[in-house]
Write a protein of this length. Structure first.
Length: 198
């Protein structure tokens, strides 16, 4: 006499079925294999490969009182998930070497929308933002009430230049930050150091 399946076996079967059909639309003709989706994502990420590596340079913050503050800015950029994601870590240092700023971002590509997005984390805040690849680099924006904070970057011959501006209708753009970084070299971050099977 066979025993009926236990509740844990039934739950396991449901989970496996759910994983097998997750993300699959009702019409089989619309379904795209994971391999094809990842191939499209990798291709989209390859066009941003000039971001990869270690960077260091100068950041100038333009303060509300009209003064400026200079810091040393660093960035490290690499890929994860077989090249389908690109991750960025930014750090800002005071003149004495103390850490004053940290940010972390994940770039992804939505194959259904044919567009990039960026999930950014800094100073206890996070958000999802539209990220656009341009002929000379990229730009991205943060909604800020009646205004928009827009970052525009160019990358050419190992130099990464970026400007952050506050854009508000009826007013001239207000410069917030300027970066000029130079590429130091390659990095195996973040893929290196993963845990193996043994």
């Amino acid at each position: 006499m066979t025993r009926p399946p236990s509740r844990s076996h039934l739950l396991a079967a449901l989970v496996i079925c759910g994983l097998a059909f997750a993300g699959r639309p009702a019409s089989a003709q619309e379904w795209v294999s994971p391999e094809a989706l990842m191939s499209m994502q990798r291709d989209a990420m390859k066009s941003l490969s000039k971001l990869d590596g270690l960077w260091r340079g100068k950041a100038i913050r333009h303060l509300h009182d009209g003064t400026t503050k200079e810091m040393v800015q660093t960035e490290r950029v690499g890929t994860m998930l077989d090249g389908t994601l690109r991750v960025i870590e930014g750090r800002g240092y005071e003149a004495d070497g103390s850490l004053a700023f940290q940010a972390f971002a994940v770039l992804s590509y939505d194959t259904s929308k044919r567009s990039y997005s960026m999930r950014s984390h800094s100073a206890g805040r996070s958000g999802d933002f539209v990220f656009r690849k341009t002929d000379k680099g990229f730009d991205w924006e943060i909604p800020a009430g009646p205004a928009t904070i827009r970052y525009t970057a160019t990358i050419d011959k190992g130099v990464w230049k970026e400007r952050g501006e506050r854009i508000e209708k009826g007013r001239p753009p207000q410069l917030l930050v300027e970066l000029e970084l130079r590429r130091l070299g390659d990095t195996d971050w973040p893929a290196a150091g993963s845990v193996g099977s043994k």
